[in-house]
Design a binder for this molecule. Structure first.
Ligand code: VTB
Ligand code: MG
Ligand code: MG
Length: 362
């Protein structure tokens, strides 16, 4: 009897998007990561962002498919490229996809040469990715072992509104360890002050990051990464990108759009002004005052069935190395890429232009 999960069976179960585009997707994020890494530590986050966006767009436009950016760099008039609604790809062939992209996730991290910046992209069939508007999402991200535990214990479920302690108790049991042994990643922001205190009060360990809560989310489904939970509010695009990977890896994201509140230090006037500005656009996405507080789970964030995800490291990360530059444009870059069939690739790509000058090294 062949094992049911041979590479052959995985390949046969891959959908058309995964089959056609997964191998190239990683080259797209690699190109953006290499471009960004030339700007590492130069203190200019906008320029670093710009070059990675350009590199990514050039790569996408070499590929035969019809892509539409659903989560991108902003609206057309604010972002010259990879804006929401932009069509990418040559348009040839019959593969159509929706795209979520963050060409440079962690612009400050790259500009300052600090660990944690990546280039990241996900694709799915049209309608397969939640159109996250440009507002924060509050979220909790846990790995696949926690999802397994929930299935075995239907009364114990991670709940965005539950006290932090209740959620962390479930995670600790699922991972077969003490709460004190857990690591919770959260963005180091004033708005998270009380949540950080709440996490610490449970005894769990907190890892504050100055930016970049997407890859730590993915890390919760990768044993050995040292990250068990991600909490707090961050970008909605980042939440959908995290959910794309979690859908493939079997982990879980719970997220909810956050409109400004007094709790975030805004005045009533500021809140009303922001609502007046954002609600009309949210309404066009089907988001109303009634459903804006709904909790979205992994399935709602990423309803797609043929999902692919790739991320390449720029500065060092939990499991991706930084880009190495060798001279003459030769580079080495670490990535993770995956598809709905269940294949996950950790790749270490070396681009050699000058074959004699850049000998391969293990
Ligand atoms: C969030 C977070 C990202 O930027 O979007 C953050 O999810 C921006 O939040 O990972 P603030 O407005 O609080 O700075 C990142 O850290 C990097 O894009
Ligand atoms: Mg960005
Ligand atoms: Mg980002």
């Amino acid at each position: 009897m062949p094992h049911p999960k041979t590479a052959e069976n995985m390949m046969k179960s891959a959908g058309p998007i995964e089959t056609a585009l997964l191998p190239s997707l990683v080259h797209v994020t690699e190109a953006a990561a290499i471009a960004a890494s030339y700007q590492m530590g130069r203190g200019d986050k906008n320029y670093a962002d710009h070059v990675s966006v350009e590199a990514m767009r050039r790569m996408l436009n070499c590929l035969d498919f019809k892509g539409t950016i659903k989560i991108g760099e902003g609206e057309r008039d604010e972002a010259p490229m990879l804006y929401i609604g932009e069509e990418v790809g040559t348009g040839k062939g019959d593969i159509a996809v929706d795209i979520a992209v963050d060409p440079l996730e962690g612009t400050n991290l790259t500009a300052d040469g600090i660990p944690g910046s990546i280039s990241v992209m996900a694709m799915a069939e049209p309608g397969g990715l939640f159109h996250g508007p440009d507002v924060y999402m509050d979220k909790i991200v846990v790995g696949s072992q926690v999802v397994k535990y929930e299935k075995e214990h239907p009364d114990e479920k991670i709940d965005l509104d539950a006290p932090v302690k209740d959620n962390l108790e479930i995670v600790a049991k699922a991972l077969n360890r003490d709460i004190e042994e857990l690591v919770v990643v959260i963005l180091d922001r004033e708005r998270h002050k009380s949540k950080i205190e709440e996490i610490r009060a449970t005894g769990a360990r907190v890892s504050l990051v100055s930016d970049g809560d997407l890859m730590p989310g993915v890390s919760t489904s990768i044993r050995g990464s040292g990250v068990h939970v991600v909490m707090g509010s961050g970008g909605s695009g980042e939440a959908v990108l995290t959910a794309s990977a979690m859908k493939i890896l079997g982990g879980k994201v719970l997220a909810r759009l956050v409109l400004p509140t007094v709790a975030n230090g805004k005045s009533q006037e500021e809140i009303e002004a922001e609502k007046a500005e954002k609600m009309p656009r949210l309404n066009t996405m089907g988001i109303t005052e009634e459903n804006i507080n709904d909790v979205l789970d992994t399935e709602k964030l990423v309803p797609g069935k043929d999902v692919i995800f790739a991320a390449s490291g720029i500065t060092p990360g939990q499991f991706l190395h930084q880009v190495n530059l060798f001279g003459g444009g030769d580079a080495r870059v670490n990535s993770i890429s995956m598809g709905s069939s269940g294949v996950v690739k950790f790749t270490d790509s070396i681009y050699i232009g000058e074959k004699e000058d850049t000998p391969l090294r293990l």
